[in-house]
Structure formats: C-alpha cells, structure tokens
Design a protein. Sequence first.
Length: 290
Amino acid sequence: MGGRWKMGGMRPLISTTDLAAALAGPAGDRPVVLDVRWRLAGPPGADSYREGHVPGAVFTDLDRVLAGEPGEGGRHPLPDPADLQRDLRAAGVRAGVPVVAYDDADGSVAARAWWLLRWAGHEEVAVLDGGYAAWTAEGHPVSTEEPHPEPGDIEVRPGAMPVLDADEAAALARDGLLLDARATPRYAGETEPVDPRAGHIPGAVNAPFPAHLGPDGRWRPPAELAERFAGLGLRPGEPVGAYCGSGVTASSVVLALELAGHPGAGLYAGSWSHWSRDPQRPAATGTLPG
C-alpha cells in the first residue's frame, strides 16, 4: 500500500497516488474500495456512482449499510452487527485485506465508514485523501462498470473503537473535552433544521468539522490539526470525544484527532439527534460551552 502500513493497521489516510498504485498491482494485493457518496438533500450518491467511480469500487449506502434504522437511537444509529457483517461481506471485505473509503464532499461520510470498520475490528482501513474530486482532478481512471466482488469473510466484532452514550457524553463535557462538530449556528441554537430541539450539550466545545480540511479539500497536516485541537483546549492525555447531528461528521473529528496524535477518542454515536429527543436532557445555547 505504498508505505501506508504501520503497526496495528493502516494510517487513517491514503493518497490518490498510493491508491492508484495499489489498484494497478496484482489482483490479490488490491484493497477493497468503498464508494460512500451521500448527500442530505440529494441527488442520491448511487446516481453519482453509476455516472462514474473509482474502478472496482463498491457503492456502500450510508443510510442502508453504515447506519441502522432511524428512531430512538437517533437519525444514523450504529447498524446491527449482523447486518453490517452481511453487507460488508457482500462488498468483498475480507480479514487482513485493506479497505479504502471515499466520498465526494468533505470526507465525513468516508470517515464514518473508516470509523465503523475500525469499530467492527477491521484495522486495515483508510480514507482517500481529497476524495473523488482529487481522484478525477488528477486524471486517474474512472469506471461505470459495477463490480461483483467475491463475498468476503469479515467477522464483525464491535467495540474496537470507544462509543459514548448520552450520560457518558455529558460526563465528558464536564470532566474532559467533548467536541461538537456542527456548524456554529446549530451549536449556538440559532437554528435547528433537522432535530427536535436547538442548542448543544452543556459544556461541549464547538469544533466545526470543515476546519479539518485545507482549501484543496485534503486533510490538513497532523501538526496543523494538533494545533487546532490544542486551541480548542485539548491537553495531552485528556479524555476527548465528539458528537454532531447524527454521528456522521463527528467521525471525521475522531479521525482528525487520530491524525493529530490523539487516538481513541470516543464517539457519541446518537449525537444531538439522540440527545434532543429526551426533553429531560438540558440544552445550552450561545457560542460558549455553557
């Protein structure tokens, strides 16, 4: 994988150059590639996939595969492990074989796939740095052919990445650092277009996730990310976690923290879509943690 290996799995990011080289190598050494393009307001990612995708990539739907049914657990709760195993096997995911995920926006849906595979116990997974936009801009090949991979054998063993429930998220906001990945107007409670109530978890610090990327759409260097998190108040060794609207963009915070040298951050998977369903849970407003 072009030097992307390290002890304990792949680095969280892979460059377009390294992915192109891996896909050009022997068939048995190629990674599984997941196209996870998704948009809240459409058009459907599957339509974009059919128009063109990284050769060999398997379309993997956020709502159907990377999340469970919306409900009491939030808008994008964690999928049932058995369902996830079935769908990942259908995509060809195998034990010991690297997986690369990409989207065509800000990397957050790809980060959700990265986090979910890591949570499931699959360590060899990375996000394509710059996503589909970087892939096409650099002239790498695209395909409209839908692959039919040989079924994989992944065994989903949930729990390899820490998950926070609502009480643990509230405690972390008091005793550590809980980062809210949403845009500032939603964090401040000035607007809430999706969830039952506006505001944020008291004590949480606003850390809008788009700041993880540079102007070119690629992830910022580790030193810049480390500086950003230090500026948000993160101290070395301090427990840290993240949430967002439904647990998707917060995955990119966990990835950015790992790049910055803070692995093992907790994810409040239900996020605000879960927290705001319970009228007994407090909501802070304004731009300060509260």
